[in-house]
Design a protein. Structure first.
Length: 193
């Protein structure tokens, strides 16, 4: 049921963004990728659409289907939508955002990324999040921009803890709310005209 709701809300957000493209012109649409997310071996893509002179809607997603050496796992997929208010003009300089999203994960033996996952256990479950972000975007050249962003908010996670990363019995289950970073990025942006 949770997967169906996440999928339906993501599809609805994409449809709304595509409907707003009917008059796309300069500075109305951007295609983006977060370099920090790419460094974690997670392919990702974002579409940001101008809604009004100071407002945009950013829709992004990423997926990591890989198992690494020594059966280390950082498998996950996530989607997120964010409404942004730009203080100067859209796609340029300072903005504040309100975002929400979620996804599923299967993580184990990943020291250095998240200290909790450095154990010999594996965590599998789902999470949803909501928060506020601050960002700054600047022009690199005619169609290229770069953006830095950081967001904080609340994450609700529901997970099972397993004895090892390959096999094993379920040791415990957990669920709860956590105050945490909900967004971070150094993003490269291509402006579609």
């Amino acid at each position: 049921m949770k997967r169906v709701l996440l999928f339906r809300s993501t599809v609805l957000a994409v449809v709304l963004a595509l409907l707003s493209l009917h008059n796309a012109s300069a500075q109305k649409v951007a295609l983006k990728s977060n370099a920090l997310y790419l460094l974690s071996a997670t392919p990702n893509l974002s579409l940001e659409v101008g809604l009004a002179p100071n407002w945009t809607l950013d829709i992004n997603g990423g997926v990591n289907p890989f198992t690494f050496k020594d059966n280390r796992k950082w498998k996950h997929y996530q989607g997120q939508i964010e409404a942004r208010y730009w203080f100067c003009e859209r796609f340029y300089r300072h903005y504040l955002g309100l975002h929400a999203g979620g996804g599923e994960f299967n993580v184990g033996r990943m020291p250095g990324i998240l200290p909790r996952f450095s154990e010999e256990n594996r965590y599998e479950g789902w999470a949803v999040k909501a928060g506020l972000s601050y960002g700054y975007s600047f022009v690199l050249s005619g169609r290229w921009n770069m953006e830095a962003t950081l967001g904080l908010g609340v994450v609700y996670a529901d997970y099972d803890k397993f004895a090892c990363t390959v096999c094993g019995d379920r040791l415990s289950s957990g669920a709860g709310f956590h105050f945490a970073p909900t967004r971070a990025g150094i993003t490269f942006i291509y402006m579609i005209r």
